[in-house]
Design a protein around this ligand. Structure first.
Ligand code: PLP
Length: 432
């Protein structure tokens, strides 16, 4: 495969951009080699600068749930740009999108739009602190909630990939206010809270983790956290930046029947444009400025172009429940195919999958938390990643990421992925 244009671009990029990329995991450092530079994408395919075509399993890390360049969203954006790009003033569409989010995610009574998932989580813990008058938060090892200082403690995603789960530059004061527990460990949470009585403002988690690879909540874990938060007056924040509008119309909270106090959203909510949101109980959200004293603002918040894309995406998902049926079937088809290959090749690797999210972990251990995710063979994953890329399958370039399916992937594409997976496993493990 010729990737010489990508290589030349990456060389130049490194002169002007730290590490040559605008978000670390894109640099391929975890898997070796140089990143491919994307020129365009349509439906289930992405195309690089050298004209290579790949089946898309990253989907911009989640937002492109309908595949790339969906006609309805393209039209909404091109209609919107006729009326200018930003006003910094209220618009009709912001009201419509807020009303729709409240309808689709029943735990949300009021919602504030921001520009990214990072802004959403930063703002959510601020309002939780304002509301409770407490300083500390609890997060889980390997969960990623964006790059706000408070969350770069035992962080997942790129932070885990690069071995920097605790970032330099985060002050000790901030770090001291973030307590961490192992995912799926209720006893550890109870102990943390007991030793920090009346000091914990919020507990934040990815209800299904995508950022240490795909990890599911154990039975009773989410319910247990809800109970503890109720007993202790702690604000339960579900970070549904990845899972929102993906695992169900109402996100993981709908799927698992858990009602958080606050929810953070991003990715799909912008239809591919830079958008995030946080919302939840009205009595908490009424603490947000100008309704209340907790300050949070944004020049481009509720941007008319981004809102046009997001509103069209959400309306489509709301009106087409078949999207979720299809994604469930696609996820199952892929998982069944992968499992059949693993069995055929006598391999015990762990496949975690739910709906349209999955990760194949190169470990024989069950993956239920960050230490078990880290038991994976990362060198082998790197080889597998490149074997898949060479077969035209574009995966996330790290073991600690979830893949994301879109409705643009037909059975034909899924079967190609299943076949490439089996061939790649054989290749990297020398099984012939
Ligand atoms: N929360 C979760 C669960 C995420 O997966 C991410 C990003 O991947 C974020 C927050 C941060 O979102 P953004 O990258 O839009 O700032």
């Amino acid at each position: 495969m010729n990737t010489s244009t990508s290589q030349a671009l990456f060389e130049k990029a490194q002169q002007f951009i730290p590490g040559g990329v605008n978000s670390p995991v894109r640099a391929f450092r975890a898997v070796g080699g140089t990143p491919i530079f994307i020129k365009s994408a349509k439906g289930p395919y992405v195309y690089d600068e050298d004209g290579n075509e790949y089946i898309e399993l990253i989907n911009s890390w989640g937002p492109m749930i309908l595949g790339h360049a969906h006609e309805l969203i393209q039209k909404a954006v091109s209609d919107a740009i006729q009326h200018s790009f930003s006003f910094g003033a209220p618009t009709r569409r912001e009201v419509e999108v807020a009303e729709l989010i409240v309808e689709m995610v029943p735990s949300i009574e009021k919602v504030r739009m921001v520009n990214s998932g990072t802004e959403a989580t930063m703002s959510a813990i601020r309002v939780a602190r304002g509301f409770t008058g407490r300083d500390k938060i609890i997060k889980f090892e390997g969960c990623y909630h964006g790059h706000g200082d408070s969350f770069l403690i035992a962080a997942g995603s790129g932070a885990a990939t690069f071995g920097t789960p605790d970032s330099p530059g985060v002050t000790k004061g901030v770090a001291n206010d973030t307590l961490t527990a192992p995912f799926n460990d209720l006893d550890a949470v109870r102990q943390l809270i007991d030793s920090n009585k009346n000091k914990v403002a919020a507990l934040i988690l990815e209800p299904v983790v995508g950022n240490m690879g795909c990890v599911l909540p154990a039975e009773g874990f989410l319910e247990g956290l809800r109970k503890i938060c109720d007993e202790e007056g702690i604000v339960l924040i579900l970070d549904e930046v990845m899972t929102g509008f993906r695992l169900a119309k109402g996100g993981a909270q709908e799927r698992f029947g858990i009602k958080p106090d606050l929810t953070t959203l991003g990715k799909i909510i912008g239809g591919g444009m830079p958008v995030g949101a946080y919302g939840g109980r009205a009595d908490i959200m009424n603490w947000v400025s100008p309704a209340g004293p907790v300050y949070q603002a944004g020049t481009l918040s509720g941007n008319p172009i981004a809102t046009a894309a997001g509103l069209t995406m959400l309306n489509y998902l709301n009106d087409h429940p078949g999207v979720y049926t299809q994604l469930e079937e696609s996820g199952k088809r892929l998982a069944d195919g992968f499992k059949a290959s693993l069995q055929k090749l006598s391999l015990n690797y762990t496949l975690n999958q739910i709906g349209s999210m999955y990760t194949l972990f190169f470990t024989n251990q069950q993956v239920t938390d960050f230490p078990s995710a880290k038991s994976s063979d990362l060198v082998l994953f790197g080889k597998y990643f490149h074997a898949m890329l060479n077969k035209g399958i574009y995966l996330g370039p790290s073991q600690f990421e979830s893949m994301f399916l879109s409705t643009a992937l037909t059975d034909k594409h899924l079967d190609m992925v299943i076949q490439a997976n089996e061939e790649s496993l054989k290749e990297v493990l020398n099984l012939h």
